[in-house]
Each structure stands twice: as structure tokens, then as C-alpha cells.
Design a protein around this ligand. Structure first.
Ligand code: GLA
Length: 736
């Protein structure tokens, strides 16, 4: 133990001499005298330090501090009492499970000799470019943990991850591995906000007070899931959409995950997140390392709305594959709701012609084009063109789509098989299963075990062939069930649980390799709607499918929840038929367009049933959308009136990055008792600039000036003349 501390002190002396490192992208500093690390960027300071025992202590996370402010971790807290022990009072930046720790640890390990005690102390650190790495080591055994930190210059969002390395001579089992633990200032004054949902009802916004005990947000499904999103926000009780302090964060992982928010007996609040520890047991061979996902988190004093905008900015400039300059999403057409599995060459060409006539830029053929896929009961896994439906392959359709001036996209669901498929008949062992146990189906399908090298190779080859043989610009990558019986019988029993990590790493690996080999390809992550949305998949896919629920009124709430965490640029929203299959609700075509135009616009209606006036409306609104889409997709979103909680109204506003343009969308659920629509006051404009207002749809009070200052629109506001049921308006504000 002594030797380790001495080594730590020596390394401090050597590396500390490097002193302050100004990273290109945010600032990382180490102060030798107080042994503290400080990350500063935008409006944020994050700090931690090494105490006299060699423990890493969290020191500060909040609004930016003065450059000369000194923080100190020097002395470990005195023992509180015999029951709780000193270790539980220390704000440990990243802890091993050992020494009587009762809260969520960073990492928990079982050694082959039965030892399960792990106590991590500082060994060394380095600063390379914008990345700070801090190495911790167990006080006795050769288990090393390297913590990685990076602060984003634009947003002050900190990225943290941990890599656990086994330098002992035997394998160990990692039973829990978090990316990070974040501490909030000690207080009772917190409310947790989180997202929950189910199929066709994603992204409900929930709040609950942070109280003694623990709230666990999680997925145990092998995939991200729509039951909770891997995102949290904790606000001061007096914070709201527009003001007050909010801490927020999100995990970049598409497998089973956990975020735990704990308040302990002395009112310390910890937020930790990483792999879900349930059924977790990663066999880490001698010499091997396990890297956790990254956990991104930020803080603002400007309310939940600003917390969301910071997340959106991070996604646009750092996460999405084309960051920092993601291409604007093309207006797409998708065949699913129009034709379901009944796709064929003439039918798709007829839809493509109609789609092109209204300004659609990408034509996507959904499910049904391959194998014996006439229902959801057969064919999944057989990625060969169905020759009854497409006698000459996909080329004639793709060529026609190109002649019509659009690019072509195709639906796939690579990780799944129907039992009734050639692939499953040939390889019944390729799926997740446990020997001798039932193979539970979901939507008549089974999950391929992508952790297996042969399955990974097969899937890459199948997709690579599809993209090499056909001129495909876009894949809609679907994933329509959660895991069951997550077994991997072909490997030794103590390695089988590695499936939770290896599967996802291989999924990411295929996406990376495909993108590299086909650099122009764009991909949408879909999972029965919004079941696979997280910062991990967003790094490798260009957009996500928000929900199978395309009812334009339901979507207002789902989209409001979506934008708490995720950028509208990635939020695909189709205009579909009315009445909807979801609720049998009838909505005007304009209402449906305006609901979808708040994100990335698509169409999914059966255009064969449209009347000439529908095409005229669509043509006009698609053109309007193209003019505003940079503002909507890449501008700043202000949620002016929330649709949550059965609200009668809702309104959003998007402001372009240079504040020269804004677009307002307003919706009325139903008029009651002759109440006028509330005055809408805009946000985020330049108060001194002059903006001209123009109605894209709807009317406003005739006394409204056509041109007024940003200050006017933000304070006097605008009175919309919205009356009746399911009404919608959209206004453009352009600087003169
Ligand atoms: C899922 C998707 C839908 C559609 C169908 C096809 O449900 O979310 O958009 O692609 O699969 O089977």
C-alpha cells in the first residue's frame, strides 16, 4: 500500500511539472500544489483532486469559477460514525467496491480466489491535447482504471469514461462498470426529470423529487429501449424551462444501461451510469481491458430549455457522424404506411413519381422487398431481393428514382431472423439462446447473436454486398424486439455474459466499417419507433425514427419529450394518412405537415389516395420547409408552450444560429368557452434587430405590426387567431 502511494507521489512530481495544459478544445489544468484537476470551458468549471490518502475526490461542478480560485481535496473527511464509515462520506470521483462502500461503485470485481474488495487510489495522470487521463490502481492488486475526461469548448459538457485493465495473471469477472459518478452540491433542493415510454408512446416527461434513496433509470433489454431514455436532468426546485440551475447528461451506449440517482444520509447526491449491472459479469482476461461507454454531462443556470439546447449543440457539433457540419436532412418519402409488405416494382415506382412531384428528395422502400417476406412471419435474415416482387432486381426502381431526381433508401433489420427463414434453417445456433430452453419470439422473430465473430462477418458481408451491388444512399436500420434468453452457449460459461458488451461493440463495428467502405451512405436508427436512440448510436447514424405513432397530435407530446435530450435535426417525422391508424383521429393535411415540420420532414402517406389539392398543399409546405429547415434542424429550439400534461395548446420556436430567422409553430387542441389563444412571446431573437412576420399558415391579430424589433416580439408577443379543434399555425420571422 505504501509503495503504491509513494509511486503516486513520484509520478505527481514528474507529471505535475507539466503544469497547466491549455487544450485546443477547452481547458484542462492540473495544480501541483493543491493536487487538483480543473476543466474549464464555456460557462462551466469541473474540478476534482487527490486527497492525502490518494483517493480522488469530486470538488466542484457548476458555473465557471474565477481563474485564481483555489479548490482543495487535501484532507479526506474525518470518519462520520461507526455505522457509515469514512468511505461513504468521501465524494469519490470514481470508486472500487470495497472498504465498506454502500453506494453505486464505479467498478466491482470478483477475483478467482474469491476476493471482491477493490480500493482505487491515484497513480498518475497525463494531459494529451484536450484529453485528461487519470490512472487509479487497487491498493494491492494489479487492477488499473484509467479515467478519461474531456470538456467541450462550446457547451462545457464534460465527457467521462473509464477503462479497466487486468494486469494480474488470471482472469477476473467485472460485475459492474460505470463510466462516471457525478456529484451535485449537497442539498435537498433537487427534482429529477427523466423520459419513459413504450411502443407508440415514447418520451413521456416525468419529474420526481430527489429524496433519500435511489432512482434507477435503465434498460435490461440488451438494447437502449424506449422504457427509459439514457438521459437525466436534475434541476433546482425553482428552476423551470427558462431559468434556474440544471445538471443533465446522457450515456453513449446502445446496450443494457443504467443511470442511478442517489441521495444518501448526509444529502450527497450522486449520479452514476454505465453498463447495467443486472446479469452483468464481464470476463476480463489477464492483460485485457474493458472500456465503459462515455457519459456526457453538463450544467447550466438557464433552465431546462438551455440544457436541451446544449445537448442539441453537442450532438450537432460533436456526436453525429457528419459533425460539426451535418448535412441537412433531405425530405424523404417512406413506403411503409402506404404499402406495408405489399411492395413491388410498379407500385413503388408509382409512389416515387408522386413523391417527386411534391419535392421529395429521398425515396425509401421499407419492409417487404426481400426473401419470402409477405408478412412479419417469414423472411427476416434472407437479404436477397424477392424476385416475384422485383423480377429484375432493384435496379429498375432505383434508376427510376434517380431519374426523378431523388436518391434511394432501403429498409433492413440485420440483427433479426424469423424462424421461417433460410438463414435460421441453416444456422439455428446463430441466435441468442440458452441450451434446452424455449426460444421466446417477439414479432415472430429471434435475435442473432452478434457477439459471435461468424455472425458479425455474415452481416457485414450481406450489407456490404447490398450496398456494393445497388446505388443506395440510405439505410433504415430497424431492430424490432428486445432480448430474451441472452445466452451464448458456444463459449465457456464464465464468458457468456460478455454478450452484453461484445454484441454492441460488434454492432458499432459493422456500422463503422460500412461507413468507411461506403462513405456516402446515410443511416437511420429505428427500433419499432424510438427504441434505439442514444449518443452511441447517434455517433454512427445520421437520424433516428422517433415513433411508430405518426398521429400528428400525439406526436406533439412525443416530440416535446424527444427534444429534451435529442436534436430536432435527427428527429424524423412523417406526414401520414388521416384518420390515423393509431387513434382514428382526423387531422387536416396542414396540421399534419406543421407537426412534422418541427423536426426532419418526411412523408409516409398513401399518395395514391391524394386529391389534386393535397398535392398542391404538400408542394407549398415542402417548399416552405426547405426554406426553413436549416433553422429548424440546426438552430436553437425554444419550447414556448408545453404539450405535456394534457395541455390545450403547444408552441415551439426555432431560431437560426445567426438569429436572422425564426419560425414559430403553434397548435390548439380544442377551443373551450371562447378563450383566445394565449399571447405567444418569442425567445432568443436579437432585441435590437428588426424582424418581419409572415404567416405560413394561420392568422394573427390584424393590429400586429408587420415589422417590429426582436424586443417587441419577445415582450409584446403575438396574438394568433386560432379557434376550433386541432388547429395549427406557423409564422416566419425574418430580419430585415
Ligand atoms: C418497424 C418500424 C416501422 C416499419 C416496420 C416494418 O415497426 O418502426 O417504421 O419499418 O418495422 O416492418
Amino acid at each position: 500500500m505504501h509503495a503504491v502511494r509513494t509511486l503516486g507521489a513520484m509520478l505527481f512530481a514528474v507529471i505535475g511539472a507539466i503544469g497547466t495544459a491549455r487544450a485546443a478544445d477547452g481547458s484542462v489544468r492540473f495544480d501541483e500544489s493543491s493536487k487538483t484537476f480543473r476543466l474549464d470551458a464555456a460557462k462551466v468549471t469541473y474540478a476534482f483532486g487527490v486527497d492525502d490518502k490518494g483517493q480522488l475526490q469530486s470538488l466542484y461542478w457548476g458555473p465557471r469559477l474565477g481563474v485564481s480560485d483555489r479548490l482543495s481535496a487535501a484532507v479526506a473527511p474525518a470518519p462520520g460514525d461507526a455505522i457509515d464509515g469514512n468511505i461513504n462520506r468521501v465524494r469519490q470521483e470514481y470508486s472500487g467496491w470495497g472498504s465498506g462502500l454502500y453506494y453505486e461503485p464505479g467498478v466491482k470485481i470478483t477475483f478467482p480466489d474469491g476476493n471482491r474488495d477493490l480500493v482505487l487510489h491515484y497513480v498518475s495522470h497525463s494531459i494529451k491535447g484536450s484529453i485528461l487521463s487519470v490512472v487509479l490502481k487497487d491498493i494491492e492488486r494489479a487492477i488499473l482504471v484509467t479515467l478519461e475526461y474531456e470538456i467541450d469548448a462550446d457547451t462545457g459538457i464534460v465527457r467521462r469514461s473509464a477503462t479497466i485493465t487486468n494486469r494480474t495473471s488470471t482472469p477476473v469477472i467485472v460485475e459492474q462498470a460505470n463510466a462516471a459518478t457525478w456529484f451535485l452540491p449537497r442539498s435537498r433542493d433537487y427534482t429529477l426529470r427523466f423520459l419513459s415510454g413504450r411502443w407508440a408512446a415514447e418520451n413521456s416527461v416525468n419529474e420526481r423529487p430527489v429524496q433519500p434513496g435511489k432512482t434507477v433509470l435503465e434498460s435490461r433489454r440488451g438494447t437502449t429501449g424506449m422504457q427509459n431514455a439514457p438521459w437525466f436532468a436534475v434541476r433546482r426546485n425553482d428552476a423551470n424551462e427558462t431559468q434556474g440551475q440544471v445538471w443533465f447528461g446522457s450515456l453513449a451506449w446502445s446496450g443494457s444501461w443504467q443511470i442511478a440517482v442517489e441521495q444518501d444520509q448526509i444529502e450527497q447526491v450522486r449520479i452514476s451510469g454505465g453498463f447495467n449491472p443486472f446479469d452483468f459479469g464481464y470476463k476480463l482476461d489477464a492483460g485485457a481491458s474493458l472500456a465503459t461507454p462515455s457519459f456526457y454531462a453538463g450544467v447550466t443556470t438557464d433552465g431546462i430549455g438551455e440544457a436541451s439546447r446544449l445537448m442539441h449543440r453537442l450532438e450537432l457539433t460533436k456526436i453525429l457522424p457528419q459533425a460539426p457540419n451535418p448535412r441537412l436532412r433531405p425530405v424523404l418519402y417512406n413506403s411503409w404506411e402506404a404499402t406495408e409488405f405489399k411492395v413491388d416494382e410498379p407500385g413503388q415506382i408509382a409512389l416515387a413519381e408522386k413523391a417527386a412531384s411534391i419535392g421529395v428528395e429521398r425515396f425509401v422502400m421499407d419492409d417487404g422487398w426481400f426473401g419470402a417476406r409477405n408478412t412479419d412471419k417469414a423472411g427476416l435474415g434472407d437479404w436477397v431481393v424477392n424476385r416475384q416482387k422485383f423480377p429484375n432486381g432493384l435496379k429498375p426502381l432505383i434508376d427510376r428514382v434517380h431519374v426523378l431526381g431523388m436518391d434511394f433508401g432501403l429498409w433492413v433489420e440485420p440483427e433479426m431472423v424469423n424462424a421461417d427463414s433460410d438463414l435460421y434453417r441453416a444456422h439455428p445456433d446463430w441466435i441468442l439462446h440458452m441450451t434446452g430452453r424455449p426460444r421466446t419470439e417477439g414479432r415472430n422473430q429471434l435475435v442473432l447473436n452478434l457477439a459471435r465473430a461468424d455472425v458479425r462477418a455474415y452481416l457485414f458481408d450481406a450489407l456490404d454486398k447490398l450496398l456494393s451491388e445497388n446505388d443506395i444512399a440510405f439505410l433504415k436500420w430497424d431492430y424490432n424486439r428486445s432480448w430474451s434468453e441472452p445466452g451464448w452457449p458456444e463459449v465457456a460459461p464464465d464468458q457468456q455474459k460478455n454478450v452484453y458488451v461484445d454484441f454492441i461493440r460488434n454492432y458499432y463495428g459493422i456500422l463503422e466499417k460500412l461507413r468507411k467502405k461506403h462513405p456516402k451512405i446515410e443511416i437511420e436508427s429505428c427500433s419499432s419507433g424510438g427504441g434505439r436512440i442514444d449518443l452511441g448510436v447517434m455517433h454512427l447514424t445520421d437520424e433516428v425514427w422517433t415513433s411508430d405513432n405518426t398521429d400528428a397530435f400525439d406526436r406533439l407530446r412525443i416530440q416535446d419529450g424527444f427534444t429534451q435530450a435529442w436534436t430536432p435535426a435527427a428527429m424524423m417525422a412523417w406526414v401520414t394518412d388521416s384518420p390515423t391508424w393509431v387513434n382514428n383521429r382526423a387531422l387536416s393535411l396542414e396540421y399534419r405537415f406543421l407537426s412534422s415540420m418541427q423536426g426532419s420532414l418526411g412523408l409516409g402517406a398513401n399518395l395514391n389516395k391524394w386529391q389534386p389539392q393535397d398535392f398542391a398543399t404538400a408542394r407549398r409546405l415542402v417548399a416552405e420547409y426547405k426554406a426553413m429547415r436549416k433553422t429548424v434542424q440546426q438552430g436553437r429550439l425554444y419550447r414556448l408552450i408545453s404539450p405535456q400534461g394534457g395541455s390545450e395548446q403547444s408552441a415551439t420556436e426555432s431560431v437560426s444560429a445567426d438569429r436572422a430567422h425564426a419560425v414559430l409553430f403553434a397548435f390548439l387542441h380544442s377551443s373551450t368557452e371562447k378563450y383566445p389563444y394565449p399571447t405567444v412571446r418569442l425567445q432568443g431573437l436579437d432585441p435590437d434587430a428588426k424582424y418581419r412576420v409572415r404567416a405560413i399558415k394561420g392568422k394573427f391579430d390584424e393590429r400586429t405590426p408587420t415589422t417590429a424589433s426582436g424586443a417587441y416580439w419577445m415582450n409584446a408577443g403575438i396574438d394568433l387567431l386560432l379557434r376550433g379543434d386541432f388547429q395549427a399555425a406557423a409564422l416566419a420571422f425574418d430580419e430585415e
